[in-house]
Design a protein around this ligand. Structure first.
Ligand code: GLC
Length: 630
């Protein structure tokens, strides 16, 4: 592998003296973010004149207003956080953490590390105008202090600046790191939320800008190049000899777009998470200048172009291969999996707020609105399952050839799985996992359902229904560890055929019905959005009791999540960050608006379907009598 494929370390000039920029291990002489020569993809595209006006959509956002005041407010708000230099973990350090008793971390280290936690929350609340009376100085529990210590230890530096967090820091698995020593885009999101809520935004800003650079990087799988807007699944900071010399070294970023990933899975969710995080960063810091930058605007547009480009699709949902999201192995989630659709919807909503208006992107805004409108109808109408809907499917007629078929996807009622007949509660419902011609995947996938609530892809009634179902099925979905990644597990022939006999994804393990503590933060957000903090508190309490003692596992196995996962990493960063961000969100629920979207009623009216006026080909959504649109 030639070094030319790496993103080299160019040090930011801002804040550095020229001399500092010439450090032997980091011979960076150019400004990373100002030089057009570093962005050859923009040349000749006439984008220099992109208007700086902030999209009116963002101004009109229905969410609670953002912090205002730009950079000044930002400076005012944020004081420097924990002054810990992150470093590679060793057995010795872990022993020290473990020796700290129940709370894990030794007393003298706590003091030394100044784990000040939420000291900025009062100020943040003040700016958000939610009432100073709520502001509180909080004493952190020993578990939270340990979690902060571990999260800081997971920080990865590039050219001396924090840039992300490693996926796991498990000394017991030092010989089998695979790619767990990399910064995963999706894994970093809860870390980013925790850091942002704590007032440490530099790492998030660096992450957003460096991953943006990787987006344009050359990538090939056996001579085939995937689309330009693709964001990597993960990246690693490597130290390599400079120009063949053994005396001087430089740091380079080495991304993985799936070309090294097990199974060569496509990281479709990475770009979507990047957009969601970019909006959250702007909303909490008030640093909108970042999202208005030409290179950042171009980054958003490249991701959108990739998602909105024409293909052979019959549906507005995004067509992807298996394992293209958090479940990054073969699990029968190819086609139109719910998780991708909800992240897609959310990323479209966030982009609409962020893209700057000028002549060019007007078309883009139009395309986004059309897609949002069609996508929300499609998911709300066709993915929703509750008692009533399943009873309808049970009585479906099949082989209907007509424009106004009831059973549009030709679903054979025999597909209704026997577990579902007893499982579906009288009250509540959920979005099914996938929909294809003659195929409904009735499994409950948590992330997709939770993010449908967070993004307002679900109607108010559906969102309430999902939380009602979770409450009714608590022992299946939460039990001894929140949160089941999907329910139920694939067993016997289904496991053999659908997973390809995957020994990692055996029933009730890992992606196949395992329990993932990181999902706690998405659950917490969904609960806050629906005013059901009580449910989130219950789940947090379940997790908090075990995570530190169990050394922060990546996932748990068995139906009820009793055992630490068979091949689970310990000290998994998004487990740690998931608990921290959940607790911080619960302490300051108003801040959840940096990640949520409210219902946009205009989208429901926004059907621009040209078929609607034609007598022969009726637009289904106009004909629909469904209750799920409101
Ligand atoms: C596993 C998970 C994936 C995660 C990665 C790093 O591959 O399936 O979602 O991003 O580990 O933690």
């Amino acid at each position: 592998m030639g070094i030319s494929r790496f993103r080299r370390c160019y040090r930011l000039l801002v804040g550095f003296s020229a001399a500092a920029g010439l450090s032997p291990r980091c011979p960076c002489r150019r400004s990373l973010y100002s030089s057009a020569e570093l962005f050859p993809r923009f040349e000749g595209r006439g984008i220099s004149g992109i208007a700086k006006a902030v999209s009116s959509l963002r101004r009109l956002s229905t969410s609670v207003d953002t912090l205002s005041g730009g950079d000044k407010a930002f400076e005012r708000l944020y004081i420097h956080g924990v002054g810990v230099k992150p470093h590679a973990v060793g057995e010795e350090e872990v022993r020290k953490v473990e020796a700290g008793g129940e709370g894990g971390i030794a007393e003298e280290e706590r003091e030394e590390l100044d784990l000040g936690g939420n000291r900025n929350l009062g100020e943040l609340e003040g700016v958000l105008d939610v009432g100073k009376d709520k502001a509180k100085e909080k004493d952190m529990s020993a578990v939270e202090k340990e979690a902060w210590w571990l999260l800081n230890r997971a920080v990865v530096n590039y050219c001396g600046n924090p840039i992300g967090t490693v996926a796991a820091n498990d000394p017991g698995m030092a010989n089998q790191m695979l790619n767990y020593d990399q910064v995963f885009i999706r894994d970093f999101v809860p870390s980013a939320i925790a850091f942002l809520l704590k007032g440490e935004s530099e790492i998030v800003r660096n992450f957003l800008l460096h991953t943006l650079q990787l987006q344009s990087w050359e990538k090939t799988v056996d001579c085939y190049s995937p689309g330009q807007g693709l964001m990597p699944a993960s990246f690693k900071v490597r130290t390599v000899p400079l120009d063949g010399s053994n005396e001087a070294f430089e740091e380079v970023l080495d991304p993985d777009f799936g070309e090294s990933a097990i199974g060569r899975v496509a990281p479709v969710d990475s770009g979507l998470w990047w957009i969601i995080l970019l909006r959250a960063y702007g909303k909490i810091t008030g640093d909108y200048a970042l999202q208005e930058r030409v290179d950042v605007q171009m980054g958003i547009k490249l991701i959108l172009n990739l998602c909105l480009s024409d293909g052979f699709d019959m549906f507005p949902s995004l067509l992807v291969t298996d394992g293209s999201c958090m479940i990054d192995r073969r699990m029968g989630i190819h086609g139109h999996p719910l998780e991708i659709q909800t992240l897609f919807y959310s990323a479209l909503r966030c982009s609409r707020e962020m893209i700057t208006i000028n002549d060019g992107p007007k078309n883009l805004v139009h395309a986004i609105n059309n897609r949002l409108s069609a996508l929300s109808f499609h998911i709300r109408e066709y993915y929703w399952a509750d008692m009533k809907k399943i009873n309808e499917i049970y009585r479906y007629k099949t082989e209907e050839y007509s424009h106004d078929a009831i059973n549009k996807f030709n679903i054979y009622p025999e597909q209704i799985p026997s577990w579902l007949v007893d499982w579906i509660p009288e009250k509540g419902g959920y979005f099914i996992g996938n929909l294809q011609p003659a195929h409904m995947d009735f499994r409950f996938f948590s992330l997709g359902n939770l993010w449908a609530i967070v993004s307002s892809l679900a109607t108010q009634r559906q969102a309430e229904g999902i939380l009602n179902l979770i409450e009714a099925k608590w022992d299946d979905l939460v039990a001894k560890m929140p949160f089941k990644i999907c329910y139920p597990a694939l067993e016997y022939d289904e496991w053999r055929i659908i997973t390809g006999s995957d020994p990692k994804n055996t029933p009730w393990s890992y992606h196949n019905g395992g329990s993932w503590p990181t999902l706690l933060w998405q659950f917490t957000l969904a609960c806050i959005k629906m005013g059901r903090q009580d449910l989130a508190q219950r789940a947090v309490a379940v997790a908090e009791k075990r995570l530190s003692n169990d050394k922060w596992p990546e996932y748990y196995d068995t139906r009820s999540g009793r055992f630490i996962g068979k091949q689970s990493r310990l000290y998994q960063t998004w487990t740690i960050a998931g608990l921290l961000s959940s607790k911080m969100l619960l302490e300051n629920p108003d801040i959840a608006c940096i990640l949520t979207c409210e219902e946009d009623l205009e989208l429901l009216e926004g059907c621009t379907c040209s078929l609607s006026k034609s007598a022969r080909t009726k637009c289904s959504r106009l004909a629909a009598r469904s209750q799920v649109l409101v």
